[in-house]
Design a binder for this molecule. Sequence first.
Ligand code: CTP
Ligand code: MG
Length: 231
Amino acid sequence: RPVVALVPAAGRGVRLGEPTPKAFVPVGGIPMVRLAVDGLIASGAVHRVVVVVPAEMVDAASALLSTTSLTGGSMPPVPVQVVVGGAERTDSVRAGIAAAPDAGYYLVHDAARALTPPELIARVATELQAGSPAVVPALPVVDTVKSVDDAGVVTGTPDRARLRAIQTPQGFDAELLRRAYATDVGATDDAGLVERLGVAVHTVAGDPLAFKITTPLDLTLAEAVLSVGGS
Ligand code: CTP
Ligand code: MG
């Protein structure tokens, strides 16, 4: 059962505020999408990669991803395909799913989580292959989280011990993810769609280095991590 990684990289990066679409902004001199794909390949858990990019970036992405992984030469070659995404992240993931109808499992992994350790990717794949139909990396929440009403008045404080911050890659039995995406409701992550089908989503330990590069501060942090050789 082939493990196909889908890499949503078709966002604009409005919050980062760079002129280039975010996934093509370099970190330590290498575009985020290339770092993310190299991490997937280095995990040894992925048979094929589908990268989803803005229409005007297809040629640039193909050139950027055509050479073999920068991270090591000992793995068998992993084919990397580039397809065009859509306006919302869910549209981009849907395009990725359509490009890989042969998948047995999907790992959906944000290009913006460029520093994700290969060990985390392997952990998700292992749990999936052990029989969990949906797997997400999770970290304890450090801030207290509150809900608010339209006026910004606090309406509740969920018990922090029960909360987790969720990262990617998120792993799914392929048929389950196709079914989840056949429904047309919004969600801020892929597992959210699976939860609505009533299927249990399992967690594995996340990793701080799998943080999403969203704002200029995140980019500064990522540059700092790479410059000290961190991981
Ligand atoms: N993404 C995508 N297609 C979209 C929107 C987002 O493939 N239409 C991807 C992004 O490229 C990113 C991941 O989904 O790798 C997570 O999204 P986010 O961090 O929100 O990135 P952007 O949408 O690019 O950033 P912003 O919301 O600040 O514009
Ligand atoms: Mg976005």
